[in-house]
Ligand binder design. Structure first.
Ligand code: ARG
Ligand code: ZN
Length: 374
């Protein structure tokens, strides 16, 4: 195969680009955010903008002196002063990365850095526009990224990337959080009521489910959101703040019978429900039903085999259900038909006693309200 290099030159003003009344590029009081799902990449760089076409990335950005420009991965060199009051920031993402997971956050940030036990860089950044209350709550959460990803590694397999961290954006600029590869970005709203580790668990679980193992096409989105949501349930369980079973029971009893969670099939949500309750909560409920059916040993083997077999690749719902059947040796067709493919409320074998909200519910529901509604 002959090798060749393609150079694409382009220029523009991303904030002026509006599609269907919508701008993915966000101007902030002190800079900009290029953060979005599924659309963001083409606002600022040319690409084959599909999750199945991954690449490694070098991002090099010149900004006014004293302003941070933050992206994925590691810094191959420190920021370099250029002429005329501008500084160039360089970032490098060493592993295959889907286009929507490449981000750029520009503004004035307080930065903390650390190194994990396995030698990877932790780089966290907090907007200087956060009020002290928000900044403290954000730090109490995001500074736990190394601890949380270490715990997730024990559940999902080795952390797939070379760097970790998180970025908390200015108030009123980003309405959700996004699992940008190696370094999620968070809306400050997650920290409105104090610390929220649930969202840190969720976004970092996506490093395995979504970023390393990416969807083959967007229809498979529950493979990202159902799994990241279930990670929150496992975190709740580990911290004695409510078992996954208690969270399942609460959701099963609480959603009205005609709610979109039941009238949408998680495996085929359509564009309107791409980030809806069926994808997040019913996706997680599906995994819980799978866990009950196959037992903990096989369930966690399925998760770890999944992340290992599709590392840095793409996968589909059908590949997941086939793997679950192979590892468990069970015919799981009825379970997956009811939970993933049928747009009606699955019937349980035993009826539930009136469930109460688990202790972790305040954080989990705050996380989900912000992730679903935007
Ligand atoms: N993947 C993000 C998360 O759950 C949510 C992004 C929501 N984006 C949207 N356009 N609704 O962490
Ligand atoms: Zn998510």
């Amino acid at each position: 195969m002959p090798r060749f290099t393609i150079v694409v030159q382009y220029s523009g003003v991303p904030s002026s680009k509006v599609a269907a009344g919508f701008t993915a590029w966000t101007r902030t009081p002190d800079g900009a955010l290029a953060i979005g799902e599924p659309q963001i990449a083409w606002w600022w760089y040319p690409s084959n903008d599909h999750p199945s076409d991954k690449a490694t990335f070098d991002v090099s950005v010149s900004v006014p002196d004293g302003v941070e420009a933050i992206s994925n991965g590691v810094q191959p060199r420190p920021p370099v002063r250029e002429t005329l009051g501008y500084t160039r920031w360089s970032w490098r993402s060493l592993k295959p990365q889907a286009t929507y997971l490449t981000f750029l956050t520009v503004g004035q940030y307080d930065v903390t850095t650390d190194t994990t036990a396995d030698g990877s860089t932790v780089y966290n950044a907090y907007s200087q526009l956060l009020t002290p209350d928000f900044r403290d709550a954000a730090k109490a959460s995001v500074e736990r990224t190394a601890e949380i990803t270490d715990w997730e590694s024990t559940v999902f397999g080795p952390f797939p990337f070379e760097a970790r961290g998180g970025v908390v954006t200015p108030p009123g600029t980003l309405g959700f959080a996004l699992e940008n590869q190696t370094r999620p970005n968070y809306s400050s709203a997650f920290f409105r009521r104090g610390s929220n580790t649930s969202v840190v668990v969720h976004e970092n679980a996506h490093q395995w489910f979504g970023d390393s193992v990416s969807v083959r096409n967007w229809q498979n989105i529950w493979l990202n959101e159902g799994f990241a949501s279930y990670a929150e349930w496992l975190w709740s369980e580990k911290n004695d703040e409510g078992t996954a079973q208690e969270i399942f029971d609460y959701l099963y009893a609480t959603y009205p019978d005609d709610a979109a969670i039941w009238t949408t099939a998680p495996a085929d949500p359509g564009t309107a429900e791409l980030f809806g309750d069926a994808v997040y909560d019913r996706g997680a409920m599906t995994l819980h039903q799978l866990r009950l059916a196959v037992g903990d040993d096989d369930f966690f083997t399925i998760l770890r085999t999944w992340t290992a077999e599709h590392k840095y690749g793409n996968a589909t719902t059908e590949e997941f259900t086939a793997l679950a059947e192979k590892i468990s040796g069970q015919d799981l067709d009825a379970l997956f038909q009811a939970w993933l493919y049928t747009p009606s409320k699955p019937v349980l074998a035993a009826s539930l006693a009136a469930p109460v909200a688990p202790k972790s519910w305040a954080q989990i529901s705050q996380t989900h309200t912000l992730l679903h509604e935007h």
